[in-house]
Design a protein around this ligand. Sequence first.
Ligand SMILES: Nc1ncnc2c1ncn2[C@@H]1O[C@H](COP(=O)(O)OP(=O)(O)OP(=O)(O)O)[C@@H](O)[C@H]1O
Length: 315
Amino acid sequence: MDFNTNAEYAIAARGVRKTYGGSGMAPEKEALKGVDILVKRGSIFGLLGPNGAGKSTFINILAGLVNKTAGEVSVWGFDIDRNPRQARASLGVVPQEINMDVFFTPLEALEIQAGLYGVPKNKRRSMEILNALGLGDKANAYVRMLSGGMKRRLLVAKAMVHSPPILILDEPTAGVDIELRKQLWEYVLKLHEMGVTIVLTTHYLEEAQELCEEIAIIHNGNVVACEPTEKLISSLDRKTLMVTPSEAVDIKPDLGPLEFEMKSDGSLAIAYQPSKTQVADILERLSGAGIAVKDLSTVEADLEDVFLELTYRAE
Ligand SMILES: Nc1ncnc2c1ncn2[C@@H]1O[C@H](COP(=O)(O)OP(=O)(O)OP(=O)(O)O)[C@@H](O)[C@H]1O
């Protein structure tokens, strides 16, 4: 990794460690154990990891809310130790929890937030942001009257008041139904099209696979992978061959060392490693077992397989 050209990166983190001090009976906790992460400018980057992996700790360090124990971090080219203000001004963070003063209207909430960030009145874009997030017609409604999905979009709006080039979303769709999730992503993608770099943490592998160009997987405070999504998935040497036999197979056929599963619709799902086994070999075994093939297709591994393999390897 090349850390000297930070200008190319929205976020460059090297050797980041965080040890939370113990208190009372609680021992010290090493939440990050030397994390290297590079996020390209203009990309959509996914930070994945099981509960307690260290994702929030990493984001809180970027946002200046948690002090790292060691390592270097720059945000939009600003070192978070030497230029904390510029670094902080370069990102907007959408928190996990909906924590808003429900007695304000969305417009007021944005104006207050802009004030906190010192955005001069003539530079504020509150209405523009509300419109972009589909909240224009709710500008003057009380926040407590908004639906859960609208409140989440308002959180995104609040994070954007100072026009940061990077938007960080911490578990933005946890507990959000599919329709609202789709809507939220539409708006986030709109911001991305406008040039905003997006970093999101998620437990939803499918979501990360669909949206993120690059993915880092954190496990137990270590980065176990940080690669373009496609590469990550293709690095996994695992595929499944789905076979529909011409005639129903009643008893479990003898396919030698091949691992397979008989599905309720009569098809066979045969797992194989493309580097070691050719589809032709599998077909030969099927033929040897007296199974004629009516149809077949291959299924690529997905992020879930990668995730399981990497986190398993890292145990
Ligand atoms: N303030 C704190 N003091 C002590 N330990 C902490 C503190 N904050 C987090 N931890 C511990 O550090 C580890 C990493 O936590 P962190 O919240 O960063 O994980 P995460 O990946 O964001 O998990 P989640 O997906 O549940 O939010 C966990 O073991 C957690 O218990």
